[in-house]
Each structure stands twice: as C-alpha cells, then as structure tokens.
Design a binder for this molecule. Structure first.
Ligand code: ATP
Ligand code: BTN
Length: 336
C-alpha cells in the first residue's frame, strides 16, 4: 500500500487552521519547499481545497475535522479500522471477509474509487464527508439480504432524528434525501454462494460539509455528481435548532457505525417484521408521481410506499403493482 504519511501530516497541520508556509512545513518534515508544493498538489487531487498566498503559505479554504481513530475505537462497539486513503471501504472489507469477524467496520477519509449501485461513482473528497462500511455474515443466506438496504436506511434516518436532525427522507431502495436532494447513499454488496451463508458488506456515504465552489486551485470534485445533492451541514442550517449547526464528525461516525451494527443484529432476528410503517413515514415520494426505470422500460405511477417484502408499490392504470429487484431505479416524474 502506498505511504501517504507525509500528505497526512501536512493535512494534520493545516487542519489546525491558519496559514502554514512551505518552509515551516518542509522543516517539520525534513523535506524541501518544492517537495511540499508537490504534496500539496497531491492533496488537492483528493478534493481538498487549499489556497496559497505569496509570503504567507498554505491554508485550507474551509475548516476540517480529521477522523480520530482512538476516539472512534473508544466509542464503537465493534472492531474498526481507519484507513485514511482507500479505494473503497466496501471493496476493502469484501477483500478481507475470510479474515474478518462479522461486525468488523472500516472508515476512510478519502475514497479513490468510491462506488454507488451498478458501478456508478460515489464522489468521496478527503475529510469533508463520511465513508464507512461494515461486514456482516448472514447465516440465513442471500435471500434474507433483500430488504437490508431498506432497513439500514430507516435506521440511519431514525438515528439522525434522535440527534434532532429532522426532515431527512428515503428514496427506494437506498438513498437518503433532504428537500429532494441526495444526502447519503447505502450500498449492500455480497460474496458467497446461493444457499450458503452470505458475506454482506453494507457501506454508506453521507455528505457532511462538501464544498460547492473551490477558491483554491483544484477543480471541484462535485462537478462529477450528476444529480442534486446536499450536505448535512446545510440540513442543520435549515433547522430551527441552530446549536446543531456544528456536527462533530467523529461523534457522528461512531453513532452511525453503532446504528448499523445494532440494526444488523436486529434484522437477523426480526427481518422486516413491522417495518412497512417505519419506511412509509419516511418515504420521500409517497403519494407523488414517479417513474420506475428498468433497463429500457419505464413505468409511471403514483408511489405508494413499500410492501412487507420491501417491494416498491406503484399505483398505475392497472391498479397497485409491486416491483422489486436491484435493477430498478426510481425517479421523480413531476413537472419541475
Ligand atoms: P438509483 O440507485 O435508484 O439508480 P441513483 O441515481 O441515486 O439512484 P446510485 O447508484 O444510487 O444512483 O448513486 C449514484 C448517483 O449518486 C450518481 O448520480 C452520482 O452522480 C451521485 N453521487 C455521487 N457521489 C455523490 C455524493 N457524494 N453525494 C450525492 N450524490 C452523489
Ligand atoms: C448509492 O447511493 O448508490 C450508494 C453509495 C454508497 C457509497 C458508500 S461510501 C462507503 C462505501 N464504499 C463505497 O465504495 N461505496 C459505499
């Protein structure tokens, strides 16, 4: 694995705030100013907005709270690894299911190959969001894994509500929305054979404070996002409880990992029992015009939430129809 320690040390210094000159950074690391400048470019390619002012040095354009492994480990109820720079936290765990205990989690500051459903990119700049995954061995096998991303989504929204963050909704099957914009995504992947126990990896990415425009030299990574999105900091800003405006990244990460862990234990015992009402209360599109996209086929109707199997219900000219499967995408069908 590539050694990123110099870049991470520079980021630790910059995250303390203020300007830091190339000379100061170089002296503390025993490298030249030119080498620092090269590392800064590398850090910018991770999506960090750094600007430089002649005679003053480098500064982060917005504050950054780094993840603290010791603090996280003291708060989570499962084994956890912080791998600051990673391809994908889901891939990292999938590659290690043979060695890991069920319940092991992984969290990163930056994903070079963060992914969504069907191989789509999950934009994962360094330090501004959360990217985490948990490995779960489900003895009941793959069929029982069907409703999992729905159950996890509901549990995460309920955990946010417990923190006073109201108004976050769900889009079937795996997205968290706020005011019709995507806040977070959940990705359930698995390895294992039909009939045998399933090795599941449940990953989630949630935007906390992703910069929209770049003041520094690096190109904004968010240009690659192909639909409206939002960060949790904006959600908090719109709440009446302004004291929530400052989210502690480590606290939230620990809460989310513990929520995932607890939800998986619960799901193993109860499955989707009594789950429909919990989902429907939070469904972003219930009662609204939507279309389901399945390859080249599109079906229009009014969304009616989900059924006990986790299928999405659509009121069409034929009556209420249910649809389930990993290849279905739900989209709003309202005139904008
Ligand atoms: P569906 O899964 O129903 O097809 P989807 O369009 O949300 O819906 P996903 O594969 O779940 O598709 O997620 C990938 C989508 O999320 C892409 O449109 C991508 O541009 C967008 N995206 C990527 N990174 C982020 C991010 N950090 N925040 C919000 N959206 C993102
Ligand atoms: C989606 O909306 O399609 C799901 C996005 C899931 C993103 C998370 S970030 C942590 C984990 N690692 C990945 O590569 N993807 C998931």
């Amino acid at each position: 694995m590539k050694d990123h320690s110099v870049k991470l040390t520079i980021l630790k210094t910059l995250s303390q705030g203020g300007f830091h000159s190339g000379q100061e950074l170089g002296e503390s690391l025993g490298i030249s100013r030119a080498a620092i400048s090269k590392h800064i470019k590398g850090i910018q390619s991770w999506g960090v907005d750094i600007f430089s002012v002649q005679g003053k040095g480098y500064q982060l354009s917005q504050p950054m709270q780094l993840l603290d492994e010791a603090m996280l480990k003291s708060k989570v109820k499962t084994s956890l690894e912080l791998v600051p720079i990673i391809d994908s936290t889901n891939q990292y765990l999938l590659d290690r299911v043979e060695q890991l205990e069920s319940g092991s989690a992984c969290i990163a500051e930056y994903q070079a190959k963060g992914r969504g459903r069907r191989g789509r990119e999950w934009v994962s700049p360094f330090g501004s969001n959360l990217y985490l995954s948990i490995y779960w061995r489900l003895d009941a096998g793959m069929a029982a894994a069907m409703g999992l991303s729905l159950v996890v989504g509901v549990a995460i929204v309920e955990a946010l509500e417990k923190l006073g963050i109201d108004g976050v909704k769900l889009k079937w099957p795996n997205d968290l929305y706020f005011e019709d914009k995507k806040l977070a995504g959940i990705l359930v992947e698995m390895s294992g054979q039909a009939g045998a126990a399933a090795n599941l990896v449940i990953g989630m990415g949630i935007n906390l404070n992703m910069a929209t425009d770049n003041q520094g030299t690096s190109q904004s990574v968010t240009e690659n996002i192909t639909q409206p999105w939002v960060s949790l900091s904006q959600v908090c800003d719109s709440l009446p409880n302004q004291h929530l405006a400052k989210i502690d990244r480590n606290e939230l990460a620990a809460t989310l990992i513990n929520t995932l862990h607890h939800t998986l234990e619960d799901y193993e015992m109860r499955g989707m029992n009594g789950f429909v009402e919990r989902w429907n209360r939070l469904d972003n599109f219930i009662g609204r015009k939507v279309k389901l996209i399945m390859g080249s086929r599109e079906i229009e109707g009014i969304s009616q939430g989900i059924d006990a199997q986790g299928a999405v219900l659509l009121e069409t000219e034929q009556g209420i129809e249910s649809f389930i499967g990993g290849e279905i995408s739900l989209r709003s069908n309202e005139v904008q």
